[in-house]
Structures are given as structure tokens and as C-alpha cells.
Ligand binder design. Structure first.
Ligand SMILES: [Zn+2]
Length: 239
């Protein structure tokens, strides 16, 4: 027997079978299939699915990223590039112009008066300049944002690395080390905060246990909305 069930915005197919425990799989087309024993109560199945929700979102996000074509941004005038959820248009400017009007020292790329400005001579290497610009912003953002959460969670961040983590937004190592995907800062601020909070909590609880999600919910009561946003839009956060 197969029925379709819905939990919040998550739709899944419920298949009853002779198996003894509840299982979740995600089909090639992104359909979530929950297989449960005939006698399992719906509330128990729902509880199980609820606990696995973030895992499901992550898997769906991976599938989406793999299936969908990359956004393919071109580094030309007028093309939009994301930073903290907003899109800013690119302007290719004279090298001289990048240096003027700014107190900061000449950078090949900057966000200036609502535009990304890229020096003409740096065009060929535009992608790298964007990546290093994003890396710098993440460090800046984290410096500001970590103090909002670390004491509440009871953790100390020892070091931060900004890497290309592919489909993952961040990861957590041992001894207070966290790594961020350089793409993460393209997400809206509140989603970026969710990625941060998620990793900070991993410093005390390494896996996605019920306790892990309880702490997440305490620190960020609307975290599910953010996780969902990542699932739906994560594939667009790229160059
Ligand atoms: Zn996690």
C-alpha cells in the first residue's frame, strides 16, 4: 500500500512493507519514500521522519545540485552576483577607478555603492577574484557572528578554514575547528547564521542526534525554515 503523506512542507510516499523498521530513501527524481512495517503507528513514523528531516533536505539538495545545471554566471557587465542573499550587478571598470574614491587599498574586486566593481585588467581571472572576495567576507562575517552564539552554546572556535566543500556548506573538525564552504556567504544572513549555528553545535554533539536538534531549536527556533531555504535554493549559490 502506498500513500502520500505530508509533514510541514515535506512530502513523502509512505510504503507499508514486511520490513521490521522504518527506512527512508530518496529516489532518482527526488521522491522521498518512507518504508514502514504494516503495524507501525503513523505518529511514530512521523516522529522518525521528523528526526531525519534535515538529512532528507541535505540529500534532496545534493540531488538537485547534481541534476540541475549550474547557474553559469558570466563575468560581464550587468550580471548579478550574490552576497548575503542579495544580488548585485557587476561593473567592469578602469583599473584607475577601482583605486579611487575608496579608503580601502586597491582591490581587484569590491562591492561599492551597490555594485560589484571588477578592474578591467582582472577580467580573465574574475572567478578567482570572486572566490577570494567571498572568503574574505566569510571571515569578516564570522568575526561578527560567532560572538552572538558561542557562549550561548558553550563552545570555543579555535580556527576557521574556508574551503571548497562542494555540496556541503560547512563541516566541523576536532578541537574547535570549523570549515566553511566559500559559497555559504551567498545565502541570506539568517541562513548563513543557521549554517554557523549548526556547525557550532556539532562541536558539542558530533552527529545529528535528537539532542543535537534540541539545541539547534533552542538557539534558533525557526531553523527548519532556514534548512528548507537551503534545500530549495542552495544550488543557485554558486558562480
Ligand atoms: Zn550537521
Amino acid at each position: 500500500m502506498i500513500t502520500t503523506a505530508k509533514m510541514d512542507s515535506l512530502e513523502y510516499r509512505l510504503r507499508r512493507s514486511d520490513r521490521r523498521s522504518v527506512g527512508i530513501s530518496i529516489e532518482r527524481d527526488g521522491t522521498v519514500v518512507v518504508t514502514a512495517p504494516h503495524q507501525a503507528e503513523l505518529v511514530d513514523i512521523e516522529k522518525f521522519v521528523s528526526e531525519k528531516k534535515i538529512w532528507i533536505y541535505q540529500k534532496l539538495h545534493q540531488k538537485k545540485s547534481l541534476n540541475r545545471e549550474k547557474p553559469k554566471r558570466e563575468f560581464v557587465n550587468g550580471q548579478g552576483f550574490l552576497y548575503l542573499g542579495k544580488s548585485y550587478r557587476l561593473k567592469i571598470v578602469d583599473d584607475v577607478e577601482v583605486k579611487s574614491g575608496s579608503s580601502q587599498k586597491a582591490a581587484p574586486l569590491r562591492l561599492w555603492h551597490g555594485y560589484f566593481e571588477l578592474a578591467e585588467s582582472k577580467k580573465a581571472d574574475a572567478r578567482n577574484h570572486f572566490v577570494s572576495w567571498y572568503r574574505k567576507q566569510i571571515r569578516k562575517q564570522l568575526k561578527e557572528r560567532i560572538p552572538r552564539y558561542d557562549k550561548r552554546i558553550g563552545v570555543t572556535v579555535k580556527s576557521i578554514r574556508i574551503l571548497d566543500l562542494g555540496h556541503r556548506w560547512a563541516s566541523c573538525g576536532r578541537n574547535g575547528n570549523i570549515s566553511f564552504n566559500w559559497r555559504s556567504v551567498m545565502a541570506p544572513a539568517w541562513v548563513f547564521d543557521y549554517i554557523l549555528v549548526h556547525e557550532l553545535i556539532h562541536l558539542i554533539e558530533r552527529t545529528h542526534t535528537a539532542r543535537f536538534w534540541r539545541v539547534v531549536a533552542r538557539v534558533m527556533p525557526d531553523y527548519e525554515e532556514h534548512a528548507r531555504w537551503l534545500n530549495e535554493n542552495g544550488a543557485d549559490l554558486d558562480l
